[in-house]
Design a protein around this ligand. Structure first.
Ligand code: KIV
Ligand code: ZN
Length: 392
């Protein structure tokens, strides 16, 4: 039987930790609205206690995007009451709010960061979950640096916080230390014990990309029983980033029989989401990035082009249209008319019903087209997006 894999997107929390990627409130809302269109199951909207700006952004996202059948809205808290209160006060407006608590389990965290004993940290975690449970039913507990933790202590922590009421257990590979086979075994063992303890609790993973293995580790976790994956758009995140949502989702979709699992992600929205995040954060996507890079579906060698012309599946395992990477049917230039322009705008998801605004955007487009030989979808997307943010 096919298993549904839940997707949590943390672009607005872990992704926003990238130096220079700071977003303003309107930009965060814009990304959250697009994540809803992409149909992620959960949005981690920020770290509410970190600043008044983050608190405000989480609150606005919970009130708007988190309603009318929107995704679960969560935000991060350390295992302290003031952080948990801040998360509760900001996510409570969503239809389905969740409090996310993080506390380390590895000796690096216990001995060097907290300088506390295993027992002290375990009871701090349990108290935090009990406190959060008084506020909300849904509580996620992340055992930070799980992949470098002693297995029996990790399990003892998980068992205790589940008994205290945690509804999601997240297993982070915080520093990208895990390797796929070993991480798969870890998830397999945890999944077996967790399902015996309480089969309603979701087992989630959160992988970092320090050695380029975040996607592989995440997929291996799914293969070994993980119910939920935490990802970011374009793989943005602390240091080398997080598992890229587009890679994990398309990895599962392309090899659905192998994994026996699917997600609810609307894959046609992947390209739009990637472009939006890249534009608003001011971070280009590398050209050869899997799924969303400019060359991801470009075939340049004569041998490959010849093969493709005979049959696309000779060199193509993903139909570019499946991720919203429509090929330009018409090249847009300074001589393109309003009809072609409107058509191209609609293709990339912009429906302008206000004719004055349409005319204004068309003038801006002509200015750009005069400077460039050809205008590509990513140019158009950028232009239309900035225009919409200024207008609304
Ligand atoms: O990398 C990490 O461990 C985290 C936790 C907060 C889940 O980002
Ligand atoms: Zn992280």
């Amino acid at each position: 039987m096919m298993r549904k894999i839940h997707v949590l997107d943390t672009t607005l929390r872990d992704g926003e930790q990238v130096p220079g990627a700071k977003l303003n409130l309107e930009e965060k809302l814009e990304i959250a609205r697009q994540l809803k269109k992409l149909r992620v199951d959960t949005i981690e909207a920020g770290f509410s206690a970190s600043s008044p700006g983050d608190f405000e952004a989480v609150t606005r996202i919970a009130k708007t995007v988190g309603n009318d059948g929107g995704p679960v809205i969560t935000a991060l808290a350390r295992a302290v009451k003031s952080d948990i209160d801040a998360v509760y006060e900001s996510v409570k407006f969503a239809e389905r709010p969740l409090i996310h608590i993080v506390l380390g389990t590895s000796s690096q965290h216990l001995d060097k960061k907290f300088k506390k004993s295993k027992e002290e940290i375990l009871s701090k975690g349990v108290e935090a979950v009990k406190y959060a449970k008084k506020l909300l039913h849904e509580v996620q507990y992340s055992t930070e640096d799980a992949s470098r933790s002693d297995f029996e202590y990790l399990w003892k922590t998980i068992e205790a916080v589940v008994k205290a009421g945690a509804t999601v257990i997240n297993v982070p590979d915080t520093v990208g230390y895990a390797v796929p086979e070993e991480f798969g075994e870890l998830i397999n063992k945890l999944n077996y014990r967790l399902k015996n303890l309480n089969d309603k609790v979701l087992l989630s993973v959160h992988c970092h990309n320090d050695t380029g293995l975040a996607t592989a580790n995440t997929l291996m976790a799914v293969k070994n029983g993980a119910d939920r994956v935490e990802c970011t758009i374009n793989g943005l995140g602390e240091r080398a980033g997080n598992a890229a949502l587009e890679e994990v989702v398309m990895g599962l979709k392309t090899r659905v029989d192998y994994y026996g699992a699917y997600t609810d992600i609307v894959s046609k929205e992947i390209m739009n989401t990637s472009r939006l995040v890249s534009n608003l954060m001011g971070l280009d996507v590398q050209v050869n990035k899997a799924i969303t890079g400019e060359n991801a579906f470009a075939h340049s060698s004569g041998i490959h082009q010849d093969g493709l012309l005979k049959s696309r599946d000779v060199y193509e395992i993903i139909n570019p249209a499946d991720v919203g990477c429509e090929e330009m049917e018409m090249v847009l230039t300074a001589r393109s008319g309003k009809h072609a322009f409107r058509n191209a705008l609609e293709k990339i998801g912009f429906q302008l019903d206000n004719e004055d605004e349409f005319a204004e955007l068309f003038d801006k487009y002509l200015e750009l087209a005069d400077k460039k030989k050809e205008v590509y979808y990513h140019d158009l997307f950028y232009l239309a997006n900035i225009f919409m943010i200024e207008k609304h």
